[in-house]
Design a protein around this ligand. Structure first.
Ligand SMILES: Nc1nc2c(c(=O)[nH]1)N[C@H]1C(S)=C(S)[C@@H](COP(=O)(O)O)O[C@H]1N2
Ligand SMILES: [Mo]
Length: 262
């Protein structure tokens, strides 16, 4: 049982538990509650949070996903919509900037701009599709920020594009909805909370380092959020939808923490 637990723990959930510890550290100022919550992160404590006995891999999964949902709530509560992630000088940009996806660089999807249309759906007033040219016609900003991947690397890059809050306002999104979902041309998918969607550094990025976003970094566009881990930043977006039902995500549905704050 212990062997199963630690294998599972290390392969797919160490990130989640590290996040939980980090968040609990920030969240619980009171020392007696801190001691209680730290105890609850021991093996026995997992069952305390999840209400199930940790006897096999399924109950470990249940325990860990309960912790992960708890972690989503804590991160959502802690998220400060006006707190800015650090920005860097151009001279600090990591060159070459790493590529990552759930496949190799030789399999990157190449979207043809000529027949590309961004779909917008769900709880929005204006569901018309967008061409890349129409997106380029909106006011743009750029920013140099750090991208952190849970696979153990981080790198500084420069992305430019439309502040996502402006885009959501333009399409008449219901800003009281809970989630924004993204579908990508490579069958990746993910979703974010509305507070992060409206954060001033969340960009519908059309450029990388001053050039049109190349295919490997997500042409024709990616959502760039310096407040979230790499896997929450969808490349090759083909559809954006606003919803009150959590759409999950490619990695999130395999156990990565849904909130995925960095
Ligand atoms: N469409 C799509 N978006 C994706 C991924 C992917 O496989 N497909 N991988 C994610 C992960 S895990 C990371 S670290 C970043 C990598 O982005 P980069 O290639 O610009 O470094 O893209 C994220 N967004
Ligand atoms: Mo990643």
């Amino acid at each position: 049982m212990l062997k199963n637990f630690s294998r599972h723990f290390v392969i797919s959930n160490d990130v989640v538990l590290k996040d939980v510890r980090k968040d609990i550290g920030r969240y619980v100022a009171d020392s007696s509650r801190r001691a209680f919550l730290q105890r609850s992160l021991t093996l026995g404590g997992l069952s305390l949070l999840s209400g199930c006995d940790i006897v096999d891999e399924n109950s470990v999964d249940t325990a860990l996903s309960t912790i992960s949902r708890f972690n989503d709530r804590v991160q959502g509560l802690l998220f400060n919509p006006s707190h800015l992630a650090p920005t860097y000088a151009d001279s600090m940009i990591t060159r070459p900037f790493p590529f990552n996806a759930f496949y190799g660089e030789d399999q990157v999807v190449v979207v043809d701009e000529a027949d590309y249309q961004l779909e917008v759906g769900g709880m929005v007033a204006d569901k018309r599709t967008w061409t890349v040219a129409e997106l380029r016609a909106m006011p743009q900003i750029d920013q140099v920020t750090r991208h952190i991947c849970v696979e153990g690397w981080s790198a500084i890059g420069k992305w430019g594009g439309v502040p996502f809050a402006n885009f959501l306002q333009r399409v008449g999104a219901d800003l009281s909805a809970s989630y924004i979902g993204f579908k990508c041309a490579d069958d990746y998918y993910t979703s974010i909370d509305m507070a992060t969607a409206l954060h001033p550094q969340t960009l519908l990025a059309l450029t990388y380092d001053g050039q049109t976003l190349p295919p490997k970094y997500g042409f024709p566009m990616k959502l760039r959020m310096p407040t979230k881990l790499g896997y929450k930043n969808p490349k090759h977006i083909k559809a954006i939808f606003v919803t009150n039902t959590n759409p999950g995500g490619y990695w999130e549905d395999q156990g990565y923490n849904w909130f995925g704050g960095s």
